[in-house]
Write a protein that binds this ligand. Structure first.
Ligand code: NIG
Ligand code: FE
Length: 391
């Protein structure tokens, strides 16, 4: 067994309520022990046992945080949409239809190219402190192209999501119900071996709530777990559908009614906010304070995709959430770690208590505050995933 000691931590964020009664569970002058890939002891630096140590990591007073849990991304695609971004910055609105352009390029790409591109983005995310990452299909939209997208996704993460219902592809424009039949039938069957979750883009220009219900129910009947892109572009029934179906998360949620907020607050469904999308589409941010006040669990994720949010950086997401959405730095860090874990129904990641997976970052500074206070600056010195240093 390998035994690693992480010592001289100036400020340790555990996300363990029992430590100090606060959500971040911070300990000053801390240390912890990792045995193989699990945290087995957390406490004061002076109390750590140096017995049978294989490896000692000296944090030299820096801050250590749990690895980011990015619960929403779209890493499997080809090409980019920089021209669309340029037009948008000149005043063009964002519309779901841009997805079709990426679909064309993705269908034409080889499996090797798709995997190389997804791996490059995953490595980028890792370098900025992400240790758990969900990712989706959704730029193939044929049986074969969705199946191979998920096979690529599965090579980088176990948190894979079938998003055949991202948009109705051009060839089904005049018969969208036929496309829904395809998604619920042969496409779902082909996606199953490499999917854990099923998702639908339930919004203007994409799928209706009735279609979303059919698709999610078909996936759930075959053992997939539901999550939902909902209420990004306009108000709708998506949030309440997600709650009704027990979705782990409803994502985007920029347009919320009082009934949506009430439904979320009584449920275990997490509201996942994706500030990169509002930032890059120059849209209004969702009202996070309203969600916090209602007691809704809030996650922050990157939504990395070539259209609406081409970033893998969770520190950037935290900085925007604090600057523009009035998250406190503590709320933002919690939502990007434990909130993301809850959006994936994971209890082993997103915290650094005893029994947690040893997934953490050593920052290049003494406090997590700098993630928001020093936007755009590279602040992640070291990243460890499952007890192994990956940066
Ligand atoms: O999460 N909302 C739907 N899908 C993506 C956008 C995809 C794209 O524009 O390529 C999102 O923002
Ligand atoms: Fe998305």
């Amino acid at each position: 067994m390998s035994r690693t000691l992480v010592v001289n931590i100036g400020l340790l964020v555990t996300n363990d309520l029992s430590v100090d009664g606060g959500p971040l569970g911070v300990i000053e002058n801390a240390a912890f022990i990792v045995e193989d890939e699990i945290v087995t002891w957390v406490g004061a630096n002076g109390d750590v046992s140096h017995k049978d140590v294989s490896n000692t990591v000296d944090a030299h007073g820096r801050c250590v945080i749990p690895g980011f849990v990015d619960s929403h991304s779209h890493l499997v695609f080809a090409g980019d949409r920089s021209a669309e971004f340029r037009a948008r910055m000149q005043g063009e609105p964002y519309a779901a239809g841009g997805i079709n352009y990426t679909v064309e390029l993705t269908r034409a790409a080889s499996n090797g190219d798709l995997l190389a591109s997804a791996r490059r983005l995953f490595a980028e995310a890792t370098a900025s402190g992400t240790t758990t990452m969900e990712t989706k299909s959704g730029y193939g939209l044929t049986v074969d192209d969705e199946a191979r997208s998920l096979a690529v996704a599965k090579q980088i993460t176990d948190e894979t999501t079938f998003l055949g219902a991202h948009i109705v592809p051009k060839e089904f424009k005049s018969s969208p119900e036929d496309y829904v039949d395809l998604v619920c039938g042969p496409m779902l069957d082909a996606a199953l071996p490499n999917s854990k979750w099923i998702d639908v883009f339930c919004d203007k220009g994409a799928f209706t709530a009735d279609q979303a219900r059919r698709i999610l129910s078909a996936g759930m009947a075959k053992g997939l777990l539901p999550r939902l892109h909902a209420n990004q572009l306009e108000p709708g029934e998506g949030v309440q559908l997600g709650v009704e179906l027990g979705a782990a998360s409803v994502d985007h949620v920029s347009h919320l009614s009082d009934a949506d907020v009430a439904a979320l607050s009584k449920s275990k469904t997490v509201a996942t906010l994706l500030p990169g999308a509002e930032f890059s589409t120059r849209s209004a941010y969702p009202d996070a304070r309203r969600l916090f006040e209602a007691g809704v669990t809030v996650a922050l994720a990157s939504d990395c995709n070539p259209g609406s949010s081409y970033t893998t950086s969770m520190p950037f997401v935290i900085a925007v959430a604090v600057r523009d959405m009035y998250f406190s730095p503590e709320q933002a860090l919690w939502s990007a770690t434990k909130g993301g874990a809850q959006a994936l129904r994971r209890t082993d990641v997103g915290h650094l208590g005893k029994g947690a997976s040893a997934d953490f970052s050593i920052l290049g500074t003494h406090t997590y505050m700098h993630l928001a206070y020093r936007p755009g600056v590279q602040l992640i010195d070291e990243v460890w995933r499952h007890g192994v240093r990956v940066k």
